[in-house]
Design a protein around this ligand. Structure first.
Ligand code: HMG
Ligand code: MG
Length: 302
């Protein structure tokens, strides 16, 4: 059985824009985010409080959140932001933000490449970040990258992913988003992953899926995940995205591609497909290229 409704967790302004060569002006980012909000997206991850030298595309995070708070107030404070450590947490707390997302790696190599920490050291870095965020009343999402394969290490054991995911949950993650960072997952692998988490006592209500569409499998994987009870999916308007520290990562599952499938299945999202497509076209124009998503190209005639 498929769910009646799913939650789309929009990551375009963060996962999308972190990987664009061009640095998008704050005003354009703010326009993108308010358009996505108007389109009905319930959760929009707005930016990252990471080291500005590591991701210069999002170095304007504080300025952007300031503009958004001025413009839309509490709706902006409710938007999650990516935070790797206590320094990032302090920056989010300064702005009165309420939700952060911490991001770990299921593999040793990617922990080093993305966080400059060993696999074990990443949890040491996260521990006080979680503790202080919780104390401040924030919710904390835990991302886990390289859950279905790693460009340096190759295949990743399902059990290793469960072990890493459980560590994030034990630190206090309210939700765990399983990242297929390089888009190599296939449907059976996704269902085996969900089953392995269930065996470890982690139900589908605590899991989200974060698919990149590198191999064109993201929608098939989404359907497979819905069949086994997952109801939260990360997606990026226009299919923007990737990870600058993950060789061969391309865009996320496009929000409009996901919406097209869900609409066809009669699964509710509360999101206006046409408004998302218009936003993707607006961003593609701003970036000087055609939209990456099939549905945006089809519906906009580009
Ligand atoms: P580091 O160089 O080890 O940092 O980087 P450090 O802890 O040694 O600190 C060095 C200096 O940086 C210090 O300043 C800190 O204050 C400063 P100094 O005392 O020398 O003047 N600093 C910061 N400044 C601003 N904001 C901060 C911050 N932290 C330290 N937050 C660090 C370690 C984690 C900071 C770095 O590796 C980093 O920023 N990494 C982020 C990489 C990234 O953003 N990757 C993309 C997002 S993850 C992703 O896309 C995957 C996902 O989509 C899921 C999936 O698809 O799998 C989520
Ligand atoms: Mg990602």
């Amino acid at each position: 059985p498929l769910p009646d409704a799913v939650t789309i967790y929009e990551v375009g302004p963060r996962d999308g824009l972190q990987n664009e060569k061009a640095v998008v002006p704050v005003a354009v980012k703010a326009e993108m985010i308010t358009r996505l909000l108007d389109a009905g997206l319930p959760v929009i991850e707005a930016t990252s409080f990471v080291h500005p030298k590591w991701v210069p595309q999002l170095a304007d995070a504080a300025e952007l959140m300031g503009v958004l708070v001025d413009r839309i107030g509490d709706a902006a404070r409710r938007m999650p932001v990516l935070v790797p450590n206590e320094r990032g947490l302090d920056r989010a707390l300064d702005l009165g933000l309420e939700h952060i997302a911490v991001f770990g790696s299921a593999t040793e190599t990617f922990a080093q490449k993305n966080l400059n920490r060993s696999y074990d050291e990443q949890f040491t870095m996260f521990e006080p970040t979680f503790a202080r965020a919780k104390e401040a009343g924030m919710t904390v999402r835990g991302y886990l990258s390289m859950c279905f394969g790693d460009p340096w290490e190759g295949s990743v054991e399902v059990d290793a992913v469960v072990r890493a995911g459980v560590r994030l949950l034990e630190l206090g993650a309210d939700q765990l988003s399983l990242g297929d960072t390089i888009g190599v997952a296939t449907a059976g692998h996704v269902q085996a992953m969900v089953a392995a988490f269930a065996d470890a006592g982690v139900g589908t209500d605590r899991l989200a899926m974060h698919f990149h569409d590198t191999y064109g499998q993201a929608l098939a994987n989404t359907l497979a995940a819905m069949q086994v009870g997952i109801t939260t999916f990360d997606a990026s308007a226009g299919g923007l995205g990737g990870c600058p520290y993950a060789k061969s990562a391309t865009g996320n599952l496009a929000t409009e591609d996901l919406l097209w499938m869900l609409q066809g299945l009669g699964i509710g999202t509360g999101v206006d497909l046409d408004a998302v497509v218009a936003t993707s076209v607006f961003m593609a124009d701003a970036l000087g290229k055609a939209p990456a998503s099939a549905v945006a190209r089809a519906l906009s005639g580009q």
